[in-house]
Design a protein around this ligand. Sequence first.
Ligand code: NAD
Length: 297
Amino acid sequence: MSKIGFVGLGIMGKPMSKNLLKAGHELVVFDVVAERVDELTAAGAGKGASAADAAAKSEIIITMLPDGPDVEKAVLGPAGVLEGAAGGSILVDMSSINPLVAQKVGAACEAKAVEFLDAPVSGGEPKAIDGTLAIMVGGKQETFDKVAPILQAMGSSVTLAGEVGAGNVTKLANQIIVACNIAAMGEALVLATKAGLNPETVFQAIKGGLAGSTVLNAKAPMLIGRNFKPGFRINLHHKDLRNALQAAESLRVPLPITSLVQQMVVSLINEGKGDLDHSGIAQFAEQGAKVEVRKKA
Ligand code: NAD
């Protein structure tokens, strides 16, 4: 069993850290929101006074933060992980961030003899709770081998995709597919609804065919049931699409469909919908057609 520091106890970090406790690991946790720390200490974790303190008390440090600038602040900034981490310890950043920022953080860790992996996840809150996340990892094989059993307490699939940054490139690929799927689902079910069909019947009819997908199974019932409670916020998906477009720009890869969906997302955020679940991306198509996709009585 390992001594693990966990920084970032939000929608994802809270259940992930609880699964590490359940697996028998010793945890020291930190979040800028004190109540989130209190909930974990009530569940048996130790309290960190800062990210540096949590790191100083641990062999392995996990960060689960919103975006690259948050990771840079919590790792490289004052009272950050690298102020406390001892040489030979391992930092695993599980946030979804720009791969270039992951490489910057990885280089800063290397300069302090701290091993680094970027290991973003897919699956959302339900799979974080079940401990069945898909975890995509970038870094050295030897570091991966040391940490894989710990990651397996949070995920059912743990894959080393390449060097540092590769975890986040894989995650961006995942996020492109998910966002474009939700947008396409929105257009399809808006068309069906406007044509007078019951979208629930259409969903049931197509889900076993080629259009069926994990995205469709998870998000169509939310759209049809008018349940946009996150889950995964539109604001976070905006961040992922922005990171995908930035990475694509630096590699000179055109991403026309992703760009279009990103523009829809910006428009929804401007309408105050950034905190809806990303199934709400479908609302863009609803607005154009002046129709709501909902189950017919
Ligand atoms: P969240 O906003 O719910 O949680 C982030 C937590 O980090 C918050 O508790 C916040 O207080 C804390 N925090 C921010 N800055 C900090 C700092 N400097 N020091 C300590 N704590 C700090 O976000 P989330 O939904 O848990 O997502 C976390 C990451 O996981 C994001 O990169 C997101 O894209 C990714 N992700 C989320 C989901 C999902 O469904 N929510 C799914 C897959 C991946």
